[in-house]
Write a protein that binds this ligand. Structure first.
Ligand code: PAD
Ligand code: ZN
Length: 380
């Protein structure tokens, strides 16, 4: 079928919205009519060619929600008409990582996501001239429709409007999982969040929900500090002035923190996350740095039992985590709409990437169909 989609042809050139060919779902796959998609900084990295060579031409988009239109053979967990959010790691359940309970690190899912293919190693997307297109992180949801692996379509069993549910499958799962699973924040802990954009704001909310005693938001954009404060940050530190940053963060935190989350993807802020910690504290790196970036640490400080830990997609079984987070959202305990700075149509994809490059606003949600996405008239 012909669909409109946002295509990255070459890094460094704007993504263009054009008509492409989408094949129907094969066995263990699902065709979804996309209602809305969130624009994440990882899309910027892909669009800028920062995540390695040969990752184009590609249909971008890895965070979104929609309605199932058709299912391939053997798919039983969803049926046409079901509302779903996407998971970009449709774990196989059978590889070594999955069997060890580390489903976010599923080996075939990781391999295929990197290659831009579905789980059988092929693509359902083509340019009209036959050129094969990669599926962005196995999701490719900057598009009117998409075919995803069955495990990548997670049923939404509560009535969350789809323009908000779109955020669940990357920012929300990643932020909440970083706090709950990668870290394991306990009641009363002190948490610092460096970088409070679309993902960092989810870390802030999750830390507050986890009962952190203090949650210090650090960002160079004042607007993000205000959003963080509305989501439970107890203090904000303006990082636009780099002077005495460690001292100012510690003062705002009432001392050196237990946890520092880096949610930007820069070597200097990863180092900052390490520097602010108390002895025994842990830095969690959520931010994704362009390929080739290295970070250096003062090795003598390992003696103080500080540690630094990576985080991919919330360190968990994403489908399970997502379903549980849905209940929190439905209960009104985890807001989503407040991080949506702008709603746009699919044609606004490049502008949304540009705003993220400039550090302007948190999430943009691309809405393919306002009615399907349940966007109220009050939202421009
Ligand atoms: P974003 O652009 O919405 O947020 C980044 C925030 O950092 C913005 O608020 C900026 O103002 C702020 N910022 C930038 N530079 C600085 C600085 N030097 N000092 C202080 N603040 C600064 O991005 P996002 O929230 O969509 O994504 C954040 C990172 O997380 C990005 O690298 C993305 O690729 C990565 C990511 N990782 C995972 C994962 O599984 N690890 C998942 C999703 C996103
Ligand atoms: Zn993302």
């Amino acid at each position: 079928m012909r669909i409109r989609a946002a295509v990255l042809h070459q890094p460094g050139t704007p993504v263009t919205v054009e008509e492409v060919e989408l094949d129907g779902p094969k066995a263990d796959e699902v065709l979804v009519r996309v209602a809305a998609a969130g624009v994440c900084h990882s899309d910027v990295h892909l669009a800028d060619g920062a995540l390695g060579p040969n990752r184009w031409p590609m249909v971008l988009g890895h965070e979104g929600a929609g309605v199932v239109e058709a299912v391939g053979e053997r798919v039983t967990h969803v049926a046409p008409g079901d509302r779903v959010a996407f998971s970009f790691v449709p774990s196989c359940g059978a590889c070594r990582a999955c069997r060890a309970g580390r489903r976010n690190l599923c080996e075939p899912a990781g391999r295929n996501a990197f290659a831009g293919r579905l789980m059988d190693g092929t693509s359902r997307l083509r340019m009209p001239d036959g050129t094969v297109l990669q599926h962005g992180l196995m999701t490719a949801c900057f598009a009117e429709r998409t075919v995803v692996a069955a495990a990548g379509a997670v049923p939404l069993d509560a009535d969350i409007p789809l323009w908000q549910a779109a955020l669940l499958g990357c920012g929300v799962v990643t932020g909440a999982g970083a706090v709950r699973n990668t870290a394991g924040v306990r009641l009363g802990d002190t948490v610092v969040v460096i970088g409070c954009g679309g993902v960092g704001l989810q870390v802030v909310a999750a830390a507050a929900l986890a009962g952190a005693g203090r949650v210090v938001a650090v960002d160079r954009d004042h607007a993000k500090l205000e959003m963080a404060s509305a989501r439970g940050a107890t203090a904000g530190v303006d990082a636009s002035d780099g002077e005495d940053l460690v001292k100012r963060i510690r003062a705002a935190a009432g001392g050196a923190p237990d946890w520092a989350f880096e949610v930007i993807g820069r070597a200097d802020t990863m180092r900052l996350a390490w520097d602010v910690l108390r002895p025994g504290g842990t830095a969690i790196v959520v931010g994704l740095a362009p390929a080739g970036v290295e970070v250096s640490l003062p090795a003598i400080e390992f003696l103080s039992e500080k540690s630094i830990k990576g985080c991919y997609y919330g360190s968990t079984d994403v489908a399970d985590e997502l379903s549980r987070l849905v209940r929190l959202v439905a209960a009104g305990r985890l807001p989503l709409a407040d991080v949506i700075s702008r709603v746009s149509d699919l044609d606004g994809a490049e502008d949304a990437l540009e705003r993220l490059r400039r550090g302007e606003g948190a999430r943009t949600v691309l809405v393919m169909d306002r009615e399907l996405a349940q966007v109220p008239d009050s939202v421009p």
